[in-house]
Design a protein around this ligand. Structure first.
Ligand SMILES: Cc1cc2nc3c(=O)[nH]c(=O)nc-3n(C[C@H](O)[C@H](O)[C@H](O)COP(=O)(O)OP(=O)(O)OC[C@H]3O[C@@H](n4cnc5c(N)ncnc54)[C@H](O)[C@@H]3O)c2cc1C
Length: 354
């Protein structure tokens, strides 16, 4: 069977479906930035076992591979790439009597949030509208509006690529931190399934964008989606401001003395700065980018890659950009912030081949 969307051919062996690639889809069609070249091969995995088997087989053969969920946190180089794309497409949600959700890695994350809200289960409503797959949520400990997956994640089923073991591991073993886990930027394991502990509740968690207010779950979800849409943070094919990887840089953590210097230099009251422990503070990357002279839409109308017109933290493809254009813009923004404040901005998405 040829899947017209992905360009993959699948053939069935009994109950298992094995994937054979014909023409590998380009990363421009696999990522939300809509840039990037073509992998040497692509494998669509529709069960956890198939995902583990495919990765094990490629690893045994010494074939470089990239695990791809929704492609919403990936910047992949242009041209022909010497790697196989392993597409995580195993889907399904199960709920047990103790309100634990078990979710196959390829399930669309926002469908999980919608499911939870519909079933009166609280804990993830503030994570509404984040694109991508459930399996990728622990990879960078996704978060928004004062909530993160670490708050509800209990266990993760991993295919451990180093030991060749299929194992459930506790969330604590992933070193989850701000936009980080020990799975990010490594090849050590593939997430096959995740497990979340949710709560039977009518009210949401306190929502940061509503001043800490708790509201009914469905209202919370709608309010988060509305706020995200206004910032171009909900995917919309018709809106170039959403042809992005979301926030492109993490918020930098600097010594308090550096934060003091920047605040004095800019001369504005109420610079966003938050305690980060050990005499360190977290600054707002978006605020620094704007104060360094990179406005919305930067660098200007003719550029194929620009900052979003709704949010300076999103680098966007205006329809014709290549991966190199996005990478150039990222370096330009980094240079400008470094030049203005001596602060290094670190990209949040995973760069491949650049
Ligand atoms: C418009 C927009 C808004 C966004 N808003 C937010 C936000 O509010 N908060 C936030 O935290 N992020 C946000 N993001 C970033 C992104 O959506 C998340 O990081 C998301 O979890 C990525 O999921 P994905 O399936 O698309 O991962 P991909 O982009 O496919 O992969 C990202 C990385 O994870 C790895 N990976 C993917 N699946 C697996 C797996 N099963 N096992 C092991 N490794 C895997 C990949 O190899 C790659 O290294 C946003 C992105 C966009 C485009």
């Amino acid at each position: 069977m040829v899947d017209g969307h992905s360009g993959l051919t699948t053939c069935s062996h009994g109950s298992q479906t094995t994937v054979v690639h014909v023409t590998a889809p380009s990363f421009a069609s696999l990522t939300t930035l809509r840039v990037g070249g073509t992998p040497a091969a692509a494998y669509e995995c529709t069960s956890a076992e198939q995902l583990a088997d495919t990765v094990a087989r490629l690893d045994r053969a010494g074939t470089p591979l990239l695990v791809v969920g929704g492609g919403s946190n990936l910047l992949v180089a242009d041209g022909e790439l010497d790697l196989a794309a392993v597409l995580v497409r195993n889907e399904g949600i199960t709920l047990d009597d103790d309100l634990r959700l078990r979710i196959q890695a390829g399930t669309e994350w926002d469908a999980v949030v919608a499911y939870a809200v519909e079933h009166g289960l609280g804990g993830i409503e503030a994570l509404s509208g984040i694109p991508g797959s459930a399996g990728a949520t622990p990879v960078q400990n996704v978060g928004a509006y004062g909530s993160e997956i670490a708050d509800v994640l209990t266990r993760v089923r991993l295919w451990n690529r180093e030991t060749g073991v299929d194992e459930w591991v506790p969330a604590e073993s992933l070193d989850l931190a701000y936009r980080y886990s020990n799975l990010k930027f490594t090849r050590r394991a593939v997430v096959l399934e995740i497990e979340l502990q949710l709560q039977d509740t009518d009210l949401s968690i306190p929502l940061r964008h509503l001043g800490g207010e708790r509201v009914p779950l469905a209202k919370a979800r709608e309010s988060v989606l509305e706020t995200r849409r206004a910032k171009g943070m909900v995917l919309d094919a018709a809106d170039y401001d959403t042809w992005s990887a979301g926030s492109f840089f993490t918020n930098p953590v600097v010594p308090s003395a550096v934060a003091d210097e920047i605040e004095a230099e800019v001369g504005e009251e109420r610079m966003p700065r938050f305690p980060a422990g050990d005499g360190q503070e977290k600054l707002s990357a978006a605020w620094l980018i704007e104060r360094a002279g990179c406005h919305r839409g930067f660098p200007g109308e003719d550029a194929p890659a620009r900052l979003s017109t709704k949010h300076t933290l999103a680098l966007t493809n205006r329809g014709q950009a290549r991966a190199a254009d996005i990478a150039d813009l990222a370096r330009r923004v980094q240079d400008q912030v470094r030049g203005a404040f001596g602060v290094e901005l670190h990209p949040e998405p995973v760069w491949v081949g650049l």
